[in-house]
Design a protein around this ligand. Structure first.
Ligand code: AMP
Length: 366
């Protein structure tokens, strides 16, 4: 029986473990806090990713490893790899951690992405804005997620406050895209090159945080879905990737998709897969890293997901929503914090919309 070591003990780790137990897999996590979402369902090595002794303790207790958090230090993955196989690779992690590497990867692979310029000083920011025009988006190269570490610049007067807002760290300026909607696609690749793709998913954000997802994305043509698959396939193949990856895209509404970013892990846009009658993104990630055949990715209905952010209604109310599948992460309420989500998989798009509306109606104001 294999034990999988996971760097990071948040809700993604918890859901990986919950998906792996029916397959007889075991789990051990490395996380700073023992009482983390994963710690409520599996043993935890309490320690820091940067601590070689903590990594060694994890390695002693697992057969292979992965990560559920994309900002784990690449060095930690490299060190762990000296003792046990780790997927995805440090190279894939590095490509996703630095927006300059990420955008360069898209460009090299012929995947459209907003025009961008790397900047390391205010003068470079000024010339980048001159080249790209307004509005432009300033994003820190590293440690940005859920809209953190980024500022939209509408005019020359906003350049200076924007530069101060990112603390003058190495950043990118990119063109602002007037997209019609945001989407994401999940792909999974096994070590022998077998691949599977979930359908294009429409995503909605509130203050930079994913709030709802619909899959398959409403009104997405087969051509749009194929285009998204083709883009994520290019990335999987270039990185010789093993595991689940998410590609976030802007849908321009005219047949074009523009890549925003990748996440080298299971992703919030794919939580609906848990209740769609398919092999979930969590199980497929585990299958890929454990060398098992990949599972079915075609949903059995119209799927939707509503995130519970900051504060959640009482469990009694949530489970009273007809057909709702409730997933809570065992976290204390805090503004902006993801506490859980509710999934639906229903026979018609209208049923899905009604169920999502009913769920949104009982959420506390965000
Ligand atoms: P990110 O941290 O790159 O995922 O960006 C967070 C959110 O900011 C995205 O989901 C978009 O809603 C918005 N955003 C990011 N980059 C751009 C862009 N170049 N143009 C327009 N909106 C953007």
């Amino acid at each position: 029986m294999k034990t999988i070591g996971i760097l990071g003990g948040g809700q993604l780790g918890r859901m990986l473990a919950l998906a792996g137990y029916p397959l007889g897999l075991r789990f051990i996590f490395l996380e700073r806090e023992a009482d983390c979402p994963a710690g409520q369902v599996a043993p935890v090595v309490v320690g820091d990713y940067a601590d070689p002794a903590a990594l060694a303790r994890l390695a002693e207790r697992c057969d292979l490893a992965t990560f559920e958090f994309e900002n784990v230090p690449v060095e930690a993955v490299q060190r762990l790899r000296e003792r046990v196989p780790v997927h995805p690779s440090p190279f894939a992690l590095l490509s996703a951690q630095d927006r300059l590497h990420e955008k360069t990867l898209f460009t090299d692979l012929g995947i459209p992405t907003p025009d961008f310029v790397a900047v390391a000083s205010f003068i470079e920011l000024q010339s980048a804005c001159k080249r790209l025009g307004f509005p432009a988006v300033l994003k820190t190269r590293r440690l940005g997620y859920d809209g953190k570490g980024q500022v939209v610049i509408h005019s020359a007067a906003e350049m200076e406050p924007a530069w101060r807002a990112v603390n003058g760290v190495p950043s990118l300026v990119e063109q602002f895209v007037a997209f019609r909607r945001e989407c994401a696609i999940l792909g999974v690749r096994a070590a022998d090159g077998r691949e599977a793709f979930y359908p294009l998913t429409e995503t909605h954000h509130t203050r930079g945080i994913l709030s709802t997802a619909l899959a398959p994305a409403p009104h997405a043509s087969a051509a749009l879905d194929t285009l998204a698959r083709d883009y994520v396939k290019r990335i999987l193949d270039r990185l010789s990737y093993v595991g689940v990856i998410a590609l976030e895209l802007f849908d321009c509404g005219d047949g074009r998709l523009i890549a925003n970013e990748i996440a080298p892990r299971v992703h919030n846009s794919g939580h609906w897969t848990q209740d769609a009658g398919v092999c979930s993104q969590f199980e497929n990630h585990l299958r890929a890293i454990a060398g098992l055949p990949l599972g079915d990715t075609t949903p059995h209905g119209y799927c939707g997901m509503v995130n519970l952010i900051g504060d959640a209604p009482a469990l009694e109310r949530l489970v009273s929503i007809p057909q709702a599948r409730v997933h809570l992460y065992g976290k204390e309420p805090r503004p902006g914090r993801k506490l859980g989500h509710v999934n639906f998989c229903l026979p018609t798009a209208a049923d899905r919309e009604a169920a999502m509306r009913a769920t949104l109606a009982i959420l506390p104001p965000r």
